[in-house]
Structure formats: C-alpha cells, structure tokens
Design a protein around this ligand. Structure first.
Ligand code: NDP
Length: 407
C-alpha cells in the first residue's frame, strides 16, 4: 500500500482485520515514520499481522520499481494522492504488479480530473496480463458498485441516476476538510458538470443546489458537483438519460471557501515569496503554491476524528424500468457514524468510508473474484461479493424501493 494518510490508515486496519486473506503486507509512503506509526497503532489495537514499512517517493518511477522488485507485491494499493496514479501504474507495469486506487489522475498544475489518462493504459495492462481496478473508494467506488448492483438485480434500464453524498458530521472546527485539503478544494471550486440526453452540461461552481432529505439526518442543502464516477457510469450504462452528483455543504464551510478563493489562497500556480532562512542568516526568495501552503495551516483531516459527531450518508437514487417492465425507483445507501469509525480505527467517517472499500477491492482481487487483464472501473466487476463484504466490514447498506427520490 502506498500512502500513510487517513484513508490508508483505515485500509491498513481493515487489512490487519482480514489476515486470512492478506498474508503479507507492506505500507510505503513519503515518510516512513508515518507508516511505522500506523503499524504501532494496529498492533496496539491487538491485531497481529506482521507489516513491513518503507520510504518511497511515489512521484519517482525508479524508486517505485526498486521497491516493487524488492518486496514483489502481487497488488499495489494506491492511497497516496491522485497526482501519483500514473507513476505508480508505470512502475506496476514494469514490475508485473496489479493495481488499485480510489481517485483518478489529476495533473498537479491543472485542477482537472478525468479518466482518459488512466484508460490509456488499458492495452498495456491487458498485454501484461495485469489487472488495474480504478476508483475503489466510496464515491467513486461503492456508489458505482451500488449502480452495478441495481442494474444486475432491479432494473432492465437505468434512466436517471443521482448520487447523493451528505456529511452531517460536526468536527467543532471553524473550517476543515475531511480529506486532503488540496484535493478537496480543487474539486469543489471547479465548474459543475452533469450528463443529460447524451451530452455534458456545465454549470458555474456550486450554481445548482436544493434540499434533499437524508435517512436519519433530515433535509440538507445539496450542491451539484462534477464527480468522476459519472464519466464511466454513463458509458457502462448507456440507457442513462441523466446522471448527476450532489454533495452537502454547510453555510459556514461555504463562507470560508468563498473567502479562501477571494483572497487568492486557492491558487495552484506558484507565487514568489521572500522568506527568512531558518538559521537567521538572511532571506531567500522561494516559490510557493498558495493552496499547498494553506494545507500546511489547516487542520489535518487525520486529526479530526476525536471530537467528530454525527454521520455521513451516501447513496444512489435511481429511476428506470424494472424487470417487470414498469417504472420503479430505488435508493440504496449507507450511513456511517464518525464516532464509530474513530473508535475502530482512530480516523473519522470520510476516511473510513473510503478505506474500507479499498480493502474490500483488494480482497476481491486476492480472492480471485475481480481479476481480468486490463484497466477497469469498479462497476465492470461482479458487484455481489463486494456488496456482501460491505455488510461484514462495517459499511452496511439499506434499500428503499419505490420511494420518493425528490429528484
Ligand atoms: P492524505 O493527504 O491524508 O494522505 C495521502 C498520503 O500520501 C500521505 O501519507 C502522503 O504523505 C502520501 N504521499 C503524498 N505524496 C506522496 C509521494 N509523492 N510519495 C509517497 N507518498 C506520498 O489523503 P487521504 O488519505 O485523505 O486521501 C488519500 C486518497 O484517497 C486521495 O487520492 C484522495 O483523493 C482519495 N479519496 C477518495 C475518496 C473516494 O471516496 N473515492 C474519498 C476521499 C479521498 P505525507 O503523510 O508525508 O503527507
């Protein structure tokens, strides 16, 4: 596993809990101390799996190749940042390793994500006889598997798909993001995008919003965003007439986000800054990226867990033609308690809902259930064994048939 952040910590705990499937395991990241700390916490919690750790810069293909040739992993779980997807895929191809991630590639200097860069690896993975599993977190990930499950069991034709993501938690901080702040702020400040009648429709950032009611939570203002799983789902389910993604934000969060943008702190280009040298011997002109600097002063998402109350609720609201030829609606969702996630893994619910599916995807691969040479989004595999594991591994799902979808 590459990365030692919030998501990686949860995935590591879950891997240690499933030591009958995962027999040999290594955590490698930019800082080895963070990997060692995860192992220490896992062993303190009573899990016995022997876990190796290593330092690696995942931007550097040669370093990755040396590491992979040494440890010889069958599967590399990429839980670093989207910037490292391609270097890790290159090293996997060079060393004969299979690949899994939770977020699609983004170039560092452009706030833009799409699957084309990773889909371009299809032929090379196929020829090498290696499997690459893309987007195996919650969204993308579980939401794509929910859609595949609905298509397999409940619908002849899925026509309308709305993915709804609510975080009704309270971490008692004025402003914090629930996963890597740089990636999070880049995602939210982009233009909105949804699929309708065979084409993409663009909106201004956070332009479209409405109240949606979430189970056990109630109504929350939900904003239409572009989200990566829509891109593959409309290709894999061509009967979809409209596909959208909604996420809740509180007014306090949006107020801070607006100020951050207005004062230029969300910029991702380099600015020159004159900084004093640590030894006091003078000053140096340095280049900093404001959004990366902001990350350094914001709360670390990994530290939010302790006082986090409330829960997340993420699901798919689907309308289409059922197997009986009549129109039906279907809502499948999971609610996850931040406190329960923290008590189990020391991390909050957003890291939990991403790390658990990453482990289950790896389990599907290791058990031989999700193995086919090439590069695939998760909905292209059998959803049933994955759905079964969600119930066993801490993310149980619920269904509402023929309810009011509000959309
Ligand atoms: P964090 O920032 O907490 O963790 C990222 C980890 O990767 C850190 O340990 C970091 O090192 C390490 N890292 C960064 N750059 C390098 C590098 N060049 N070489 C080696 N290691 C590196 O992020 P999260 O845990 O919150 O998120 C992890 C991933 O999960 C992200 O890609 C994110 O987009 C994705 N995600 C997906 C979701 C989904 O539902 N599909 C939801 C939430 C997140 P260091 O600790 O030293 O900074």
């Amino acid at each position: 596993m590459i990365g030692a952040g919030g998501v990686a910590t949860v995935a590591a705990f879950k891997i240690a809990q499933n030591a009958d499937v995962f027999t040999e395991f290594m955590i490698a990241s930019r800082r080895k101390t963070k990997c060692d700390k995860i192992v220490e916490d896992i062993h303190k919690a009573g899990y016995k799996l022997d876990i190796k750790t290593a330092q690696v810069d995942a931007d550097d293909v040669e370093q990755l190749k040396t590491l992979f040739n040494d440890f010889k992993p069958e599967l590399v779980i990429n839980l670093a940042l989207p910037y490292q997807d391609l270097t890790i895929m290159d090293a996997c191809l060079a060393c004969g390793c299979n690949y899994l991630d939770t977020a699609n590639y983004e170039p560092k200097d452009e706030a833009h994500f799409e699957y084309s860069w990773q889909w371009a690896y299809r032929e090379r993975f196929e020829k090498a006889g290696l499997t690459a599993i893309l987007g195996c977190g919650f969204d993308p990930g579980v939401t794509s598997i929910y859609t595949a499950y609905a298509a397999k069991h409940h619908f002849k034709e899925i026509q309308y798909l709305d993915i709804v993501d609510c975080n009704a938690g309270d971490h008692h901080k004025a402003f914090a993001t629930n996963f890597n702040p740089e990636i999070n702020i880049r995602e939210i400040t982009q233009k909105g995008l949804y699929w309708e009648n065979g084409k993409w429709v663009e909106t201004e950032p956070l332009e479209i919003h409405k109240d949606l009611t979430y189970p056990e939570i109630g109504p929350r203002d939900s904003y239409l965003l572009h989200h990566e799983e829509i891109e593959s789902l409309v290709i894999n389910y061509p009967t979809i007439k409209r596909a959208r993604f909604w996420m809740t934000f509180g007014q306090q969060y949006l107020k801070h986000l607006e100020v951050i943008q207005n004062i230029g702190m969300s910029r991702i280009d380099e600015v020159e800054y004159e900084a004093p040298l640590v030894d006091g011997s003078g000053v140096a002109k340095v280049k900093i990226v404001p959004l990366q600097f902001l990350k350094a002063v914001l709360p670390n998402p990994q530290d939010l867990g302790e006082n986090y109350e409330g829960q997340t609720s993420i699901g798919c609201r689907i309308r289409g033609i059922g197997n009986d030829g009549k129109e039906h609606t279907y809502y499948v969702y999971n609610n996850c308690s931040h406190r329960a996630a923290y008590e189990e893994t020391g991390m909050q619910g957003v890291s939990y809902t991403t790390g658990v599916p990453a482990m289950i995807g790896a389990m599907m691969f290791c058990k031989g259930l999700w193995r086919k040479p090439g590069v695939y989004n998760v909905e292209e595999f059998d959803p049933d064994p994955f759905m079964e594991q969600l119930n066993k591994q801490g993310l149980p799902w619920h269904e509402i048939h023929d309810g009011d979808l509000e959309l």
